[in-house]
Ligand binder design. Structure first.
Ligand code: ZN
Length: 455
């Protein structure tokens, strides 16, 4: 498919921050062929064009990159509404113990549709609940991403420290460490595609310091490096976590990460809120990424990440939605404004600009996932993942700066979303799967899961 998009404002998010008030993007196959000011170059008309899009009144940005999610949690939204992270987890673990292939597929499909409708073309899904006998729960997530048509980074999570070993989760939802490692290696064999244009990659993701043994943390890092895949875990999300880490392990979460091999350019950490100055500097020096999840952090009252400081230190920072059980909206575009505002509550109105927020959601996320050469900006030769946002309605009329309209205004409808050059969303509706069927499937899955849950 060769698609020519014209007459749109364009924010390329390239290194120079190039923008065009009225420009064009040409997509050929899965790649971006041309980006520039004005109409597509003369001579274009002579070449074969499958589709010409008049994007007057729209802003084109790179497709957004979601660096942290738990798709299965779409089946458990609206619960534990006023709980801290630990209280919330303790309430939800027994419910999550009931997930199976069907529930996970229905939840993933719904979550991915919502993400696509909010401008997201790449999703890192951290799946760490594998109840005994529930099978390979990555398969339904990979299938759902294939159906919706977005890129997936399937993080094979794990927990091996249940209550009987001093961990937070009940023993019924944790795995044996060796079995978890073997299943992770198998997931890499089965699903990981290292190709540049890949739609499915696998990362290694033991869940958190309070659900995983030190042995599994260290061995998981070794496995990831032996196999050349990336590493992802939750770190420094709450004060409770830090206190528990200090009491049980005698170190801060950051020192624990260092000790277990969890710093480096191949690592990105979810949340990264409670870091002292030295830890922020260490993340920057090692190139360790942070998946910033502003809405989830606010929902759980976890704290506000030091995003401006992390950026100043040189750490890659991307945006994450986190699981929909702690962010019922589940959309990524919304996090643009959330990240800007949360940073400003912390550091004042100059601490994060609208363009900084857009960069977090695009290039920042691509860096976290090690795909900065493939994704995250609109430049010739990069993969054809882009969002065309409609900003000519009453919600945005009169905002002369299109990026401010996107970040500060109401979340615009997505007029067109391309992933690898293929349309996923058009005029605000998902074109690849039925939204009506997806919603019905999610309702049934949530009801089935809650029915199974112990009371
Ligand atoms: Zn999370």
């Amino acid at each position: 498919m060769r698609i020519v998009i014209e007459n749109a404002a364009i924010a390329t998010v390239d290194a120079a921050g190039t923008e065009h008030a009225a420009g064009h993007v040409v997509v050929d196959g899965g790649l971006i062929e041309a980006v520039g000011a004005g109409p597509a170059p003369a001579g274009e008309a002579d070449r074969h064009v499958d589709r010409r899009v008049d994007a007057t009144g729209c802003l084109v940005t790179p497709g957004l990159v979601n660096t942290h999610h738990h798709l299965y949690q779409w089946a458990t939204r609206g619960l534990a509404q006023q709980s801290t992270l630990f209280e919330w987890l303790v309430e939800l673990y027994p419910v999550w113990a009931g997930i199976d292939d069907e529930i996970t597929h229905a939840a993933a499909l719904a979550g991915l549709v919502r993400l696509a409708k909010t401008g997201c073309t790449t999703v890192a899904d951290h799946h760490y609940v594998f109840p005994r006998g529930a099978g390979d729960l990555l398969a339904p997530i990979v299938a759902a991403a294939g159906a919706v048509g977005v890129r997936l980074h399937a993080v094979r999570g794990s927990m091996d420290r249940g209550e009987s070993r001093g961990g937070l989760p009940p023993d019924s939802v944790v795995e044996d460490g060796d079995e978890a490692l073997a299943a992770t290696a198998e997931a890499i064999d089965r699903y990981h595609d290292p190709a540049r244009e890949s739609f499915v990659r696998v990362a290694v993701g033991p869940c958190s310091p309070f659900t995983v043994t030190t042995e599994l943390m260290s061995q998981a890092a070794e496995l990831a490096r032996a196999r050349g895949v990336r590493l992802h875990t939750h770190l420094a999300e709450t004060v409770d976590e830090e206190e528990q880490c200090l009491a049980e392990l005698g170190c801060t979460p950051m020192e624990y990460a260092e000790r277990t091999g969890w710093l480096g350019e191949d690592v990105w950490l979810a949340h990264g809120i409670h870091f002292a100055d030295g830890a922020v500097a260490r993340l920057g020096a090692t190139g360790t990424g942070v998946a910033h999840c502003p809405t989830s952090n606010a929902r759980l009252g976890a704290g506000t990440a030091r995003v401006a400081d992390l950026l100043a230190a040189g750490a890659p920072v991307g945006l994450g939605v986190d699981g929909a059980a702690s962010n019922e909206d589940g959309g990524l575009g919304v996090e643009l404004r959330q990240s800007a505002y949360l940073a400003r509550l912390r550091g004042g109105p100059a601490s994060l600009s609208a363009r900084d927020a857009l960069r977090l959601a695009t290039m920042g996320g691509a860096r976290c996932l090690g795909r900065q050469d493939e994704l995250g900006s609109l430049e010739p030769g990069k993969l054809a993942d882009l969002a065309v946002w409609r900003i000519d309605g009453v919600e945005h009329a009169g905002i002369a700066d299109p990026v401010a309209a996107l970040v500060f205004g109401a979340l615009p409808s997505v007029a067109l979303l391309l992933a690898g050059g293929r349309p996923v969303v058009e005029e605000g509706a998902c074109r690849t799967v039925s939204e009506v069927d997806t919603a019905a499937g999610l309702r049934a899955a949530s009801a089935a899961l809650l029915k199974k849950a112990p009371r």
